[in-house]
Ligand binder design. Structure first.
Ligand code: PGA
Length: 258
């Protein structure tokens, strides 16, 4: 796994945005897997600026979001539909028909989840999947103990996720939806490239376990060790519990000098 350590959040987001821009320039009909949460907000800001100032064209791009809460309306201020519109979709030219976010439109979650997987396959598979990481090592809403072979499905959120996300619900943990739809771990693993982003000391333990610990469903992100093309881009605070920092830095410097 390639590990890139940067001084701050903006530099992480810039590197991720440049990777995505170069991929769109090479393949205008890129299929992007998108994440929500505080980590990718700066990345979306930079992509919006690239669209507005440099004419980066998203008109052929297709997107699939990782997850969405179940039990709140799609237009709820904290829904991931609202998040994506606010931070990204309202500011770039991705056709609405190309934007996909899991949504709880009927009680038949299984049918919806199967059709979401099918749409990803029909689009040609995800070229680049953006990922954040939970303090417990989750990716998407694949909580600790999720099957490493899981596919898109409905899940119950862990107490640590409910507590982490309460900040968006007036700090009321009881207001956070208990359930969500999420791409599975096997779904994520089929992406051709994964960009795992993390900032801050609160992520340092999860990052150390994910990158240098054993592969286990108790740290869902650790499965990325088995992914042939994952780039982890983190700040110094998030890297503080890694043991191989010198190697990652030297390896990145060598890649830059090629
Ligand atoms: P964050 O969330 O970007 O808000 O830290 C990441 C996650 O929980 O997956």
């Amino acid at each position: 796994m390639e590990v890139i350590i940067q001084p701050n959040h903006h530099q992480i987001a810039s590197i991720a945005a440049n990777i995505i821009r170069d991929a769109i320039l090479k393949k205008p009909n890129l299929v992007l897997g998108l994440a929500t949460g505080s980590t990718p907000i700066e990345l979306y800001k930079i992509l919006v600026r690239m669209h507005r100032d440099d004419g980066l064209d998203f008109s052929d791009v297709t997107t699939f979001n990782l997850d969405e809460y179940v039990g709140i309306p799609l237009d709820h201020p904290q829904s991931y539909h609202t998040f994506m519109a606010h931070h990204f979709f309202d500011h770039v030219n991705i056709p609405k028909a190309n934007q996909h976010i899991p949504q709880n439109i009927s009680d038949n979650h299984e049918e919806f989840c199967a059709s979401y997987e099918e749409k990803i396959v029909c689009a040609g598979g995800i070229d680049i999947q953006i990922l954040g990481i939970g303090t417990d090592g989750h990716i998407g809403f694949n909580e600790v103990s999720s099957s490493l072979a899981s596919r898109t499905r409905i899940v119950t959120l862990s107490q640590s996720t409910l507590e982490a996300n309460a900040i968006h619900f007036n700090c009321d943990v009881n207001a956070v939806p208990q359930m969500a739809l999420t791409m599975g771990i096997a779904t994520i693993m089929e992406a051709k490239k994964c960009l795992l982003l993390a900032c801050g000391t609160s992520k340092s333990q999860a990052i150390a376990k994910a990158i240098e610990g054993p592969i286990t469903s108790m740290v869902p992100a650790s499965i990325l060790q088995m992914h042939p093309n994952t780039v982890t881009i983190i700040d110094e605070a998030a890297s503080s519990m890694l043991s191989e920092v010198e190697y990652y830095n030297r390896s990145y410097a060598n890649m830059l000098s090629l």
